[in-house]
Design a protein. Structure first.
Length: 688
């Protein structure tokens, strides 16, 4: 009854703090299953052990809970340290993912109340309260087989590992170093957000500001015609159409494109990812791009898939300089460089030429005639755009009166020849415009973007994840090309945006918060064990999760991503939770008179059932998400992979590593002296 009670209590608290049930909060609940089962198993087994010693049911329940309460409370507090730190992740991705650790902490907090106040009462009058005679035949059969597995297979392996403890630690360390080499060697790539198979693709079209509506319609019709040919290339079973709906939007081409030109988009609603056959999104986009071909008069044409989440553009680099011509040249050089990588396409910069402009330049001597650049600009603006001279109300509605030249006098460029300028007060009569200013017909910029007061241009692009890795391309560009670009264009600065910025911001916050969380874990363990050394045996198991997590990503074909990193950080809380009780059991056996090597091995035997069931329940709870094909599940699958595979390797290897670390610390005279110090009341360790 602990699971439903904990989940219902957590759902009530989620409603109080404004959280809803979604995929992310459900992952938090699923991870909590293993932790709940571990506490319940430890408490139940200890009460059962007290009952077998001859105590009455109620006394056995009280004594059993009292004995394991410090370990369970310590496990809860260390879990809060880890997951509580993750609740303060920064960045857009952190804002989304922080719901998972918060919900997990809520579930554990409610479960703690249930474990101490409700579970012991149930166990005091359950089947165990009446002795082994009331156990079912299946229970006795399963228990006998499990005891045989623990005694005949697992026990000798632990004894062997403790006997060859330095070799065991070396093997574990070697495995960790081996999997860490996978990202360094490029075998396991990193991307800010996982690649998911969506159901919506689009073509973003940008035409020059001077383009006409007829030109725009012709281009859009050609892109739509190419989209209709996709059904021929990707035939689906039962004659179903790959493209379900086609939507055309004018004046909308995404936030990165707005440049004053004509913008439009063509969006395709595809058959669901779980229903499509031999039609992956990268292949669909490549075919659509091929069918469309080259389009005249198009400034930019980009084919892309709708990607949920806050990851941003695959490639997004912002350049800043005071000179727009320098910015444009630098952007062109950067696009040429990025275009040299395999898999990059749809490169674009948002500093585009605008319409033809008529620019006025003051002639020498204009100032002497009482005409300044400011007064000239004000008069031309008032004549052609108008100036407000009066405002009055009619039926409580404000009406503004604007004065400007008659339409016939501002219709063509020839009207500028007859335009006259009024000099400053007291400096003569009206002066012809051509006498004080020179008119030049030039092409300006469609849109000038400033960031923090500086002129900026942003270069964006897409990367085919099947061919190349966006993070590797951006990293190589930052190291090899951008410094040279700055040398060629003095005063040029750059910042990485999009996926690179989001990954850096969220990753830095995870690292910072995890360090704080691990420091909190160490301090709690040092306080509980009364030793500065024994927490090392607990925390040494944390890197073991990397083995399963990295190999799981490699096996399932996932890239490492920010959800993967969040899963790895979450894994630390679960692994520490298991290892704490392993050390607690070792210390209890030491108090019972066993030697350290025997106590460490026996503690692993005692914890084998609980740790195995903890891993199995957590993995089985997360397994359906790995098999799910929905868009929401695909986003979280890297996180689930880190937790499920990492937990499997960490919990199993920790059963061998933690006893070995404890025994090695004893070899160094750092454990036995602390535990068996006769001046230490109750056999607990002094801080060393």
């Amino acid at each position: 009854m602990g699971l439903p009670a904990s989940f219902l209590g957590a759902i009530f608290l989620m409603n109080v703090i404004g959280y809803a049930i979604d995929m992310i909060t459900m992952v938090g609940m699923l991870i909590a299953i293993g932790l709940l089962m571990d506490d319940a198993i430890v408490m139940a087994e200890n009460i059962h052990a007290q009952r077998q010693r001859g105590k009455q049911a109620l006394d056995a329940a009280v004594a059993g809970v009292r004995e394991v309460a410090p370990g369970i409370l310590s496990s809860f507090l260390t879990t809060v340290c880890i997951f509580g730190a993750l609740a303060f992740m920064a960045g857009d991705l952190g804002q989304i993912m922080r719901a998972m650790p918060v919900v997990l902490i809520l579930v554990l907090a409610v479960s703690l109340v249930e474990a101490f106040l409700i579970l012991p009462h149930h166990l005091s009058h359950g089947r165990w309260a009446h002795g082994p005679d009331r156990e079912s035949r299946f229970h006795r059969w399963f228990d006998a087989r499990f005891q045989a597995l623990r005694s005949n297979w697992f026990g000798p392996l632990v004894d062997l590992a403790v006997r060859w403890r330095y070799l065991t630690v070396g093997i574990c360390l070697g495995l960790v170093l081996l999997v860490l080499a996978l990202p360094a060697a490029g075998i396991l790539q990193f991307r800010a957000f996982p690649q998911v198979e969506g159901d919506v693709v689009s073509a973003r079209i940008v035409l020059p500001a001077s383009a006409t509506s007829r030109m725009e319609d012709r281009v859009v019709d050609q892109v739509v015609a190419a989209a209709r040919r996709l059904d021929e290339r990707f035939a689906q079973p039962e004659g179903r159409s790959l493209v379900k709906h086609i939507t055309v939007e004018y004046g909308e081409a995404g936030q990165t494109f707005g440049n004053g030109g004509r913008e439009s988009s063509v969006m395709l609603d595809l058959l669901g990812a779980e229903e499509r056959v031999n039609a992956r999104v990268p292949e669909i986009l490549a075919a659509w791009r091929e069918f469309t071909g080259r389009l005249p008069d198009v400034t930019h044409l980009r084919f892309e898939e709708f990607q949920p989440g806050p990851a941003g553009e695959d490639i997004e680099i912002r350049l800043q300089h005071d000179d727009l011509d320098v910015l444009k040249q630098a952007a062109l050089e950067l696009k040429d460089w990025l275009g040299g990588y395999r898999g990059t396409h749809d490169l674009y910069d948002n500093l585009q030429p605008g319409r033809t402009e008529l620019r006025l330049h003051l002639k020498d001597g204009a100032t002497a005639q009482g005409v300044s650049s400011q007064s000239l600009a004000d008069q031309v603006r008032a004549a052609f755009q108008g100036v407000a001279v009066q405002e009055f109300f009619q039926d409580r509605i404000p009406i503004e009166i604007n004065v400007r030249l008659h339409e016939d006098a501002r219709f063509s460029l020839g009207d500028m020849d007859d335009f006259v300028v009024a000099p400053a007060f007291g400096q003569g009569g009206l002066v012809p415009l051509h006498q004080v200013a020179q008119l030049r017909e030039e092409r300006g910029w469609a849109r000038i973007i400033r960031v923090d007061g500086r002129r900026s241009v942003t270069v964006t692009g897409s990367v085919d994840a099947q061919i190349a890795n966006a993070a590797a391309i951006v990293g190589d560009t930052r190291e090899t090309f951008l410094p040279n670009l700055q040398e060629r264009h003095s005063g040029l600065t750059y910042t990485l945006e999009g996926q690179a910025r989001e990954a850096a911001e969220t990753g830095a916050s995870i690292l910072r918060n995890m360090i704080l969380g691990l420091v909190g874990v160490y301090l709690l363990l040092a306080f509980q064990f009364r030793s500065y050394i024994e927490p090392v045996a607990v925390m040494a198991a944390i890197p073991l999760g990397l083995i399963g997590a990295f190999l799981g990503h490699l096996l399932l074909g996932f890239d490492l991503s920010m959800p993967s990193i969040v899963g790895l950080a979450s894994l630390a809380g679960v692994v520490v939770n298991d290892s704490i009780l392993l050390v607690m059991f070792t210390k209890n056996h030491l108090k019972g008179g066993l030697e350290i090597h025997e106590a460490a091995a026996q503690a692993a035997r005692d914890r084998f059932r609980a740790i195995l069931l903890t891993s199995l329940t957590t993995v089985m709870g997360l397994l359906p998400l790995l098999l799910e094909t929905s868009l929401q599940a695909q986003v979280l699958q890297p996180l689930v992979t880190s937790v499920a595979f990492g937990l499997t390797s960490a919990t199993l290897l920790s059963l061998f590593l933690v006893p070995c670390i404890y025994a090695i610390l004893a070899d160094l005279n750092l454990i036995e002296r602390a535990v068996r110090n006769p001046n230490n009341r109750g056999g607990r360790a002094h801080a060393s």
